[in-house]
Design a protein around this ligand. Sequence first.
Ligand code: BTN
Length: 258
Amino acid sequence: MSTKLENLHRAPWKHMVSIDSTNAYILRQNCRDLPEGFTCSAQTQTHGQGRQDRIWHSPQGGLYLSILLKPTTSTQYWSLFPFIAALAAAEAIEMAAPDLTISLKWPNDLLLDMKKTGGILIQSAMGAAPYLVCGVGINIDCPSDKFPPRMLFPATSLGAFTPKTPAVESLARKLRNHLFNHYIYWENSPDYFLDDWESRSVITDRLITIKQSEGVLQGICRGIRKDGFLLIETSQGNKAICTGDIIEIGEIIHGSSD
Ligand code: BTN
């Protein structure tokens, strides 16, 4: 095992019954002095944070875990990290519950049968000693009435799809191990994961609608670029986008739409 990987595994892990947000907890610390790999998890979160300032509902029965990382990779590649985290989470879930198959929705939603069972929130600080906090939320055994209704990609939990629901602690350990392994690979080869990620994607070659701050875009998804941008074939030409929310997934369209 490389020294870096050993050090990651040795980093402290603080578990709490309840906290506002495991990401926020780490970000409140003096992260530059905390060891890389420092982990915070909680049984529930009172102010769980999702992407794009959304609330992450965090009842009992879910996994809420955040890890501090200090990549040596050039920061230009950091936008790829959410993909690594999603892949690591998908693999950890399947290892813990082999009867499940997790799909991914760009950029980093974990899906079961097109329903959302997990998500990733990466928050970073740049500067002389940059770091990131990788937060993962997975609904493991949470009744669906604990989540607000959503029209598209409604929330679900692993327990709705398997009689062998994994224990939160055991899944948390697997996830942390997988994430560390992927992290080490990624530091050496930032785009190594693209094929694995693509093979789980629910949108490749499908007509999709994406909501962005500047409006709504529709086109056929042609995969992700080496920098994590989503490639979209639109009636106005090909576009590569870095942020947005997929709000609709339509039919498969192979080949060019012309
Ligand atoms: C998303 O919007 O899909 C991302 C959700 C990320 C939730 C996790 S739970 C652990 C960590 N702490 C937070 O407050 N958010 C992340």
